[in-house]
Design a protein around this ligand. Structure first.
Ligand code: 2NL
Length: 357
């Protein structure tokens, strides 16, 4: 009886030509109401003597069927894989099926370009919180409470702790990143701090969130000459022009003394303004020597350490370099605009390849 069943099952297993058919045989034999399972269930009702004889026989049957199923399964799986390999051909020389999606936003591209340019000059990139406290954003920068310069910044304040230096706000510049760096790192310091900044201001040329890069150098014997050379080198590399003149005009910031606004020389050709020459001047940067009080506020001795700092708007730099005329389009997420002005993800800016190539 078990012999016939075993022979039947083994030939059914051998005859199965697909994994599905094999599975059907397995369920018919070893499943909940399978033929082998039914026989195994009869063991419980047998006398001990009978069970002594039938037990090993039925277990042998189950093992033989299980082993045959596994062997046949391996054969069928190998055959299925061979068939798949024979059928599926992949031509690695064909172009990718879909056009690439997603691109690097011009703002990110400009930040990457500047990071590359300043890395070459020995600057590290520093970052910090966009939600700041009053002390790091203002007081440490020589802008005490009630100072009129605070009014210039159109600050977004959080409602709690009004009037206290612990009052929280959206940073109005990336200077607090430099403050935090001076407070935690030993000079010499050479960093740039790129990032989002916030001011309550919105019209055709201002958005309430915009992007800034500030730079800071703290060392012994630093002068305005170092600032001038650094910014000239930066502007030449960024705009990829050798003939660049910077014009320093006296200005005022509470955190630098002296302070300067910096124009880059431009020239007109065919109705468009381009960087280089000296026909007209475009203000793009601000900077100066870090105020000794700012250095002291960060726990450094201003008799030993001096430095320069500067700030520049990234959005404006991007518009100038890549010929975009409407700032608001930067934040519209319009796919047509992004496809036109975006950069390919693998085109990483390098000095050797041309930072904006
Ligand atoms: C601009 C240009 C500037 C700075 C930013 C700075 C940062 C520290 C200390 C001193 Cl920690 N200065 N940053 C300096 C000068 C100009 O930004 O046009 N801002 C309104």
């Amino acid at each position: 009886m078990t012999d016939t069943l075993q022979a039947d099952l083994l030939s059914a297993i051998d005859a199965a030509t697909s994994l599905d058919a094999l599975e059907a045989v397995r369920v018919g034999a070893l499943g909940k109401s399978g033929s082998v399972t039914a026989l195994l269930k009869t063991l419980g009702g047998m006398s001990p003597d009978e069970r002594q004889v039938q037990g090993p026989l039925l277990n042998g049957l189950r093992e033989a069927v299980t082993a045959a199923l596994a062997a046949r399964k391996a054969v069928l799986e190998t055959a299925a894989l061979d068939a798949k390999l024979a059928n599926e051909k992949l031509d690695m020389t064909l172009p990718v099926a879909d056009a690439p999606r997603g691109s690097i936003h011009p703002i990110s591209q400009v930040m990457d370009e500047l990071a590359e340019i300043f890395a070459d000059l020995g600057f590290a990139v520093a970052g910090g919180p966009e939600i700041e406290d009053d002390w790091h954003n203002f007081t440490a920068l020589n802008i005490p409470p009630e100072h009129p310069a605070r009014a210039m910044h159109d600050t977004f304040y959080f409602p709690d702790q009004a009037g206290s230096e612990k009052r929280m706000l959206l940073r109005t510049h990336t200077s607090p990143v430099q403050i935090r760096t001076m407070m935690t790192q030993e000079p010499p310091i050479r960093i740039i701090a790129p990032g989002r900044v916030y001011r309550s201001d919105s019209d055709a040329t201002h958005t309430p969130m915009f992007h800034q890069v500030e730079g800071l150098v703290i060392d012994r014997d630093i002068t305005m000459g170092h600032l001038r050379w650094t910014l000239e080198t930066m502007v030449k590399a960024f705009f990829e022009v050798d003939d660049v003149t910077l014009q320093f005009r006296p200005s005022f910031f509470p955190f630098t003394e002296p302070s300067v606004e910096i124009d880059v020389g431009c020239s007109w050709s065919g109705g468009t303004l381009s960087i280089g020459g000296s026909e007209s001047w475009l203000e793009i940067l601000g900077g100066g020597m870090v105020h000794p009080r700012v250095i002291a506020n960060c726990g450094l001795d201003p008799e030993v350490w001096q430095g320069f700092a500067f700030g520049v708007g990234i959005d404006r730099l991007a518009m100038l370099k890549y010929g975009m005329n409407d700032l608001r389009a930067f934040f519209d997420a319009d796919l047509r605009w992004l496809n036109h002005y975006g950069f390919r993800a693998l085109d990483v800016p390098t000095l050797s390849g041309g930072v904006g190539a």
